[in-house]
Every structure is written in structure tokens, then in C-alpha cells.
Design a protein around this ligand. Structure first.
Ligand code: BJW
Ligand code: ZN
Length: 239
């Protein structure tokens, strides 16, 4: 813990990279492992363009359920610790794979959403984008302007990441000297490539996870434990 805090204190450009594990203690289920199932479907079976074409109502029921959970959830001490690191000037940005908006609600200003957001909808007909604040009322929701289906503004398997976010993330990682990797299995690409890129460019990696991930062999410091417990302790060591 002390060594990790020293690295962060000395850093000039630290970046945080998060996955579903950071929101687990807020009650938002992760994708893989316990709690990652909805009505016996694996998220991987629903988070695809094919599933949406086959059964938009089923896919929307899944996303409305996720929106409801995220809406009721609050940022946990892990999110708040990351927000504190940003306000202290230690952390320059958060690159997240999450779609729940909890980093922003915790107070982080510089958040890059690699996999989109539950709070953005996109029309499959005219491409219009709608920002929402609450779960959708109707399933499936339809476009106000053209009446076509709206889809969740998230990145499904087989779809490219949003170009702007991905290139900002690459730039941030290339510039970084320390990357704090929190609560991700490191299995989904190209997101999982980002900490590897930082490492290749000379950054030190610190990981916080309840168990080892696909990225653990790469990291310099592994802090085992729930993010909501480990991150506040790390912040205490910073001043
Ligand atoms: C705790 C904790 C606590 C628990 N404290 N920790 C290279 C190699 C192999 C495959 C590919 C490759 N490149 C591309 C692919 C294909 C595919 C892919 O990666 N497949 C692999 C799974 C094999 N990738 C794609 O399809 C991507 N697109 C693409 O490549 O496009 C190419 C293209 C280019 C040009 C034109 C067209 C196409 C897109 C990937 C999109 C992923 N989308 C999802 C759904 C988002 C929407 C939604 O939320 O529904 O993103 S899938 C899902 O996985 C979600 C997550 O962001 C992502 C990552 O999961 P994450 O966050 O790591 O969660 P978990 O559950 O896996 O792990 C949780 C972790 O937390 C665990 O480690 C726990 O231990 C830990 N934890 N509690 C700390 N309290
Ligand atoms: Zn439309």
C-alpha cells in the first residue's frame, strides 16, 4: 500500500482504468462470475447486435433492468476515493469500461467512457442521440423524430469502440507514468490492451481487485481486496 501511494505521489500523469468491479459494492452486478446473470442469460448473449436484431424487447428488458439498478445505486467509497484523487491533482483522468455513470456522480470531471453509457440512446433509423436521466418508460423505446427503434448507447461485442474516446484513451495511456487498474477481468479487448500499452511505454501499473485478473501478470503492485476498502486506504496515504 505504501509503495503504491509513493508511486502515485511521485507521478506526473497518473490515470485510472476501471471495470465492473469498482461498482460491485454499489450493488451493480459484474459481468463475469457470481451475480453476472439475468434470467439465466449471460450478459455476453445479450450484449450483441445480433441479440438486438433477433429480440429487441428481450435486450431492452435487460438494459432497463440495468438502468434501474444504476439509477438506484450510489457511488461507493471506491468511486469517491478516485474522485478525491482527481481533485487532489494526483489522477488526471478515469478511463472506464463501465456504462453506469457512477464515476461522474462521484465527482470525477475527466471520465472517458470506452463502452458508452446506459444514459444515452441512439436511433437505429436516423442516428439521433438522446440523453436520458432515468430508466426508459417503454420497452422498446422509439425515436421521437422518426419512430424507429432506439438502442442503448453502449458498445456491444463485435462493434468498434467510439473513435474519439478510444483515441483520447490511447493518448492518456501513452502519456501516463502510473496506471491504477481497478476491478476489471482484463478479458475484453481492445480495452484490455490500454494498460498493456501504458506498460510498454514505461508506466508502472498498480492493480486493485478481489482476485487475480488477466492483467495481474503485467502489474508492478497488486493490492488484493474490495475497491471500496482498498482505495480509501490508498487515499489516506497520499497527502
Ligand atoms: C472487484 C470487486 C470489488 C469484483 N473490488 N474488484 C482480441 C482478442 C480476443 C478477442 C477480441 C480481441 N479483440 C476484439 C475481440 C472481440 C471482443 C472481445 O474482447 N472478446 C473477448 C471477451 C474474448 N471485443 C469486441 O467485440 C469489441 N469490439 C471490437 O473488437 O470491435 C472490432 C471492430 C473494429 C472495427 C469495426 C467493427 C468491429 C467490443 C467489446 C465491447 C464490450 N462490451 C461490454 C458490454 C457493454 C454494454 C453493457 O454494459 O451492457 O462491456 S461486454 C462487458 O465486458 C462490458 C464490460 O465493460 C466489459 C469488461 O468487463 P469488466 O468490466 O472487466 O467486468 P468483469 O465482470 O469481466 O470483471 C469484474 C472484475 O471485478 C473481476 O476481475 C472481479 O474479480 C473484480 N471485482 N468485485 C474490486 N468489490
Ligand atoms: Zn430516429
Amino acid at each position: 500500500m505504501k509503495e503504491a501511494a509513493e508511486l502515485l505521489k511521485k507521478s506526473k500523469h497518473a490515470v485510472v482504468f476501471t471495470g465492473a468491479g469498482i461498482s460491485a459494492e454499489s450493488g451493480v452486478p459484474t459481468f463475469r462470475g457470481f451475480g453476472g446473470l439475468w434470467k439465466n442469460y449471460k450478459p455476453e448473449e445479450l450484449a450483441t447486435p445480433e441479440a438486438f436484431s433477433r429480440d429487441p424487447i428481450l435486450v431492452w428488458q435487460f438494459y432497463r433492468w440495468r438502468q434501474e439498478i444504476a439509477y438506484k445505486a450510489n457511488p461507493n467509497p471506491g468511486h469517491l476515493a478516485i474522485a478525491k484523487m482527481e481533485s487532489m491533482g494526483v489522477v488526471k483522468a478515469v478511463i472506464t469500461q463501465n456504462v453506469d455513470g457512477l464515476h461522474q456522480r462521484a465527482g470525477n470531471k475527466h471520465v472517458i467512457e470506452l463502452h458508452g453509457s446506459l444514459w444515452r440512446l441512439r436511433c437505429v433509423g436516423c442516428g439521433a442521440v438522446f440523453q436520458i436521466e432515468k430508466p426508459v418508460d417503454e420497452v422498446p423505446p422509439r425515436c421521437e423524430s422518426c419512430g424507429s427503434l432506439l438502442r442503448p448507447g453502449v458498445v456491444w461485442f463485435g462493434e468498434p469502440l467510439p473513435q474519439r474516446e478510444y483515441s483520447i484513451a490511447i493518448e492518456l495511456m501513452e502519456k501516463s507514468d502510473v496506471v491504477l487498474v481497478v476491478g476489471t477481468s482484463g478479458l475484453v479487448y481492445p480495452a484490455a490492451y490500454l494498460p498493456q500499452l501504458a506498460k510498454e511505454k514505461g508506466a508502472k501499473l498498480i492493480e486493485v481487485n478481489v482476485e487475480e485478473s488477466a492483467l495481474t501478470p503485467l502489474v508492478d503492485i497488486f493490492l488484493k481486496g474490495p475497491a471500496g476498502e482498498v482505495l480509501p486506504k490508498l487515499v489516506e496515504e497520499l497527502p
